[in-house]
Write a protein that binds this ligand. Structure first.
Ligand SMILES: Nc1nc2c(ncn2[C@@H]2O[C@H](COP(=O)(O)OP(=O)(O)OP(=O)(O)O)[C@@H](O)[C@H]2O)c(=O)[nH]1
Ligand SMILES: [Mg+2]
Length: 334
């Protein structure tokens, strides 16, 4: 399925129903009193977050949502029915902005949250309401009020605990596929992943992990797939920076690390403060222990937390996942 993470839509609440002007008509009562009912309220437009959704693709073609109008009031004191509300489902992680003012209206952080975006217009009062000691037979009623209307911008930012970053081919999708039920495409060519994927790492304290398309030098200038998917890991608690140990790699590990770091900080200088873990991947391709040591050393010197793993043999994976789980747990306890 296509992954869409932005949408512009218009939502219009229902118009209120008109109040009714009506008088009682009875056989032996020549001048009956007023009995016009009130108009019903127009329908609201409400957003609801849904954990089962992961893209805003539904809004690519359907861009205008209008709730039902309220029913008009009727004779015999019958009030019109309220218009039906519209409930629009969006993925968790969706932000709703007023597109005219730029104001953030709602940030859906969990499933089953609701947000009333526009209110239905009130129904008009029927002539019964206006009866008084000086006016026994009011011949007027109120019109219904219009429903609110807003132009909205929806933006999806995935909410994951851990974000996987690195060069294309580093093994991000492979790691996600062996630790969660996510099924991202995996291949030995760059830019296999074109959109983010989210998976849940089960076990004691489950947590979510997101894989994004690979970054390369110049990503902030739009090179490769650019940095447009970085926003999806903006809100993750931990970055895992994957670097391949494969002997086929031309540039040294620390050089590749610095290149990606540069792109990250270009995108958002705040990333400097992120909790970052380095995962040297594809350990199975290195048989020489001394060589391995040499590649780990620079990161230890930098004082970085570094793991050596293989998604193929699962070497180092348990220890790595436990560390992520504990680090996330500590944060929640604070
Ligand atoms: N030997 C070995 N190969 C691996 C390992 N992990 C991934 N690979 C291989 O490396 C290649 C790239 O893996 P992906 O998981 O698609 O890499 P990616 O980082 O998601 O790449 P992009 O989506 O292009 O950014 C594939 O051919 C994988 O089979 C590993 O631990 N050992
Ligand atoms: Mg991938």
């Amino acid at each position: 399925m296509k992954f869409i993470d932005e949408a512009l839509i218009t939502v219009t609440a229902g118009h209120g129903g008109k109040g009714c002007v009506s008088f009682r008509r009875e056989k032996f009562v020549p001048l009956g009193g007023p009995n016009g009912g009130n108009g019903g309220r127009g329908g609201h437009v409400i957003f609801q977050s849904d954990e089962g959704m992961s893209t805003l693709i539904d809004f690519q073609y359907l861009r205008h949502f209008e709730a039902e109008r309220g029913e008009h009031g009727m004779g015999s004191m019958k009030d019109g029915k309220d218009g039906q509300d519209i409930i629009i489902k969006v993925p968790v992680g969706t932000l709703i902005y007023n597109n005219d003012t730029g104001e953030l209206l709602k940030d859906f952080k969990e499933g089953e949250e609701h947000f009333l975006a526009v209110k239905g217009g009130l129904g008009g009062r029927g002539n019964t309401f206006f009866k008084s000691s000086i006016n026994q037979a009011p011949d007027h009623a109120q019109p219904g009020l219009p429903g609110e209307e807003k132009n909205l911008r929806l933006e999806l930012k995935l909410l994951a605990d851990v974000g996987l970053i690195g060069f294309p081919n580093a093994g991000k999708s492979t790691l996600l596929s062996v630790t969660t039920h996510a099924k991202p495409k995996i291949a030995d060519y760059p830019f296999t992943t074109l959109t983010p994927h989210l998976g849940v790492v089960m076990g004691y304290h489950p947590f979510t992990m997101a894989d994004i398309p690979g970054l390369i030098e110049g990503a902030h200038e739009g090179v490769g797939l650019g940095d447009r998917f970085l926003k999806h890991i903006e809100r993750t608690g931990i970055f895992v920076h994957l670097i391949s140990l494969s002997p086929d790699e031309v540039l040294p590990v620390e050089k590749r690390y610095e290149m990606i770091r540069k792109e990250l900080l270009h995108f958002n200088p705040e990333f400097e403060k992120k909790n970052e873990v380095i995962a040297l991947t594809k350990k199975d391709l290195i048989s020489n222990e001394d060589e391995l040591k040499k590649m780990v050393e620079p990161f230890k010197k930098m004082g970085r937390k570094v793991f050596v793993i293989s998604a193929v043999t699962r070497a180092g994976l348990d220890e790595f996942l436990d560390y992520l789980r504990e680090t996330l747990g500590d944060k929640q306890d604070q």
